[in-house]
Each structure stands twice: as structure tokens, then as C-alpha cells.
Write a protein that binds this ligand. Structure first.
Ligand SMILES: Cc1cc2nc3c(=O)[nH]c(=O)nc-3n(C[C@H](O)[C@H](O)[C@H](O)COP(=O)(O)O)c2cc1C
Length: 216
């Protein structure tokens, strides 16, 4: 795979996660080793990755996730309720909505769940500059997902369980100063072909030398 292939075809895989095929822990370890090449503020590398393979713990995390997802799917920010005025985009959103629901029902059965965390000196999250804090974790998490893609593994960036972060922390035995950034289900994919997604044209988001226009 070229870098271009990896960067344009690493999709959120939900329906095509193979729930029955085990994932070698060594492969996950390799992907994390690559992830550790990501940048972090002051080169502090405060990231930690909790890899969950134990069936009971996966089921417990899956239950928390599913509960949070049910509330989300009922809410006005649910994927399927966005862009209702644009028939083409609304169709895509509906597909995402259904796929989110599908993953929620199966999260606890995905062979590996990866929880990227950031370890701080204190329990409280600092106020101000959130970009500096989370920007020191999330690039590494995305690198993990890209590396997984090159090894035939599918992943999806998920965050819904964070509505019940402390409950998940108890399942995983996380201390108070370890904050979760995402929950990344990881499994072999069913089939290997994934396509670039349709996105807004770059003109809608590109501003040269300062802010111009914005969304109509
Ligand atoms: C910050 C963030 C939070 C997300 N949370 C969830 C989630 O909790 N559950 C889920 O199924 N997908 C989640 N997604 C995945 C998005 O739905 C997905 O990226 C989007 O629909 C585009 O699809 P693609 O990743 O296949 O291109 C999240 C993505 C991001 C960046």
C-alpha cells in the first residue's frame, strides 16, 4: 500500500470487523510502536494505551459503550439527524447512523479494544489550551489506526463511551490521573478493499492568508 492509499482509505470500519478471527497481540504491539513516532507537546509522550483482549472486560466496555450510544442515537446530534436539508448528504448520514448502531451492538465482541489515554501529574484536566493536551495523544492514536490498516486490521475512532468515562476507568483499573481519549475497536476486516470517502470540496475549507467566506 502506498502512503496515499493508507491515508485515503483508512475508514471507520464497523460492519466489516471480523468478530470471529482473533488478532495477534504482537500485531497490535507493532502498530503501537509505530504510533509512538507521533508528535507530542514538549516531547512529553504522556500517552498510554490500554489494550483489552479479555472477553469479560470487552463485554463490560461494550455494555457501557452501547448504553452511551443509545442516548446519542436519540439525541439531536446523532449522525442520522444532521444535514436533513441536503438529500444527498442526508443519505450518507443515515448510513453512518445505522452503522454506528451496528457497531454499538457488537462493540463488546470485537477481538481487541484499544483505549488511548493521557497520563497527567494530577487528576484534574487542565483548563485552557485543550488542543495542546489532546493534540499530544490523538495523532498517535490515528497513527495506530493507519498502521493497523496496513496490516489488514480495521478500526474506528469512537468516543461515545466517554459519557461514562469513570465507569470504563473502573473496568480497566485506571487511576484518576489517566484520562481516556478514545475507544478503538480493532479486528481483521472482512474483505480488504476500502475506498476514499466523498468529502466537501477543499475550496470550502481552504483559507489562504486569512479567513475568507466560510460556509454559506
Ligand atoms: C472525534 C470523533 C469521535 C467519533 N466518535 C464516534 C463514535 O463514538 N462512534 C462511531 O461509531 N464513530 C465515531 N466517529 C467516527 C465518525 O463517525 C467517522 O469518522 C465519520 O462518519 C467519517 O467516516 P470515515 O471515518 O469512514 O471516513 C468519531 C470520529 C471522530 C473524529
Amino acid at each position: 500500500m502506498t502512503a496515499m492509499d493508507v491515508l485515503t482509505t483508512t475508514r471507520s470500519v464497523r460492519r466489516r470487523l471480523d468478530l470471529d478471527r482473533p488478532v495477534a497481540l504482537e500485531t497490535v504491539r507493532e502498530c503501537l510502536e509505530i504510533a509512538l513516532q507521533a508528535p507530542s507537546g514538549s516531547n512529553a509522550q504522556r500517552w498510554q494505551f490500554v489494550v483489552v483482549t479479555d472477553a469479560e472486560r470487552r463485554a463490560a466496555i461494550g455494555e457501557i459503550y452501547n448504553r452511551a450510544c443509545e442516548a446519542y442515537l436519540e439525541s439531536s446530534s446523532a449522525a442520522g439527524k444532521l444535514f436533513a436539508e441536503d438529500p444527498e448528504r442526508s443519505k450518507v448520514q443515515q448510513r453512518v447512523h445505522d452503522s454506528v448502531r451496528h457497531l454499538a451492538g457488537n462493540m463488546g465482541r470485537v477481538p481487541v479494544l484499544v483505549v488511548p489515554c493521557i497520563e497527567l501529574p494530577q487528576a484534574e484536566l487542565p483548563s485552557g489550551n485543550q488542543a495542546g493536551l489532546w493534540g499530544s495523544l490523538l495523532p498517535a492514536a490515528w497513527s495506530y489506526m493507519l498502521a493497523a490498516r496496513t496490516r489488514g486490521l480495521g478500526t474506528a475512532w469512537t468516543t461515545l463511551h466517554l459519557a461514562h468515562e469513570r465507569e470504563a476507568a473502573e473496568v480497566l483499573g485506571l487511576p484518576d490521573n489517566v484520562h481516556q481519549g478514545a475507544l478503538i475497536p480493532t479486528a481483521h476486516t472482512i474483505g480488504t478493499s476500502f475506498r476514499p470517502a466523498k468529502r466537501e470540496p477543499v475550496e470550502n475549507v481552504l483559507h489562504v492568508n486569512g479567513w475568507q467566506g466560510g460556509r454559506e
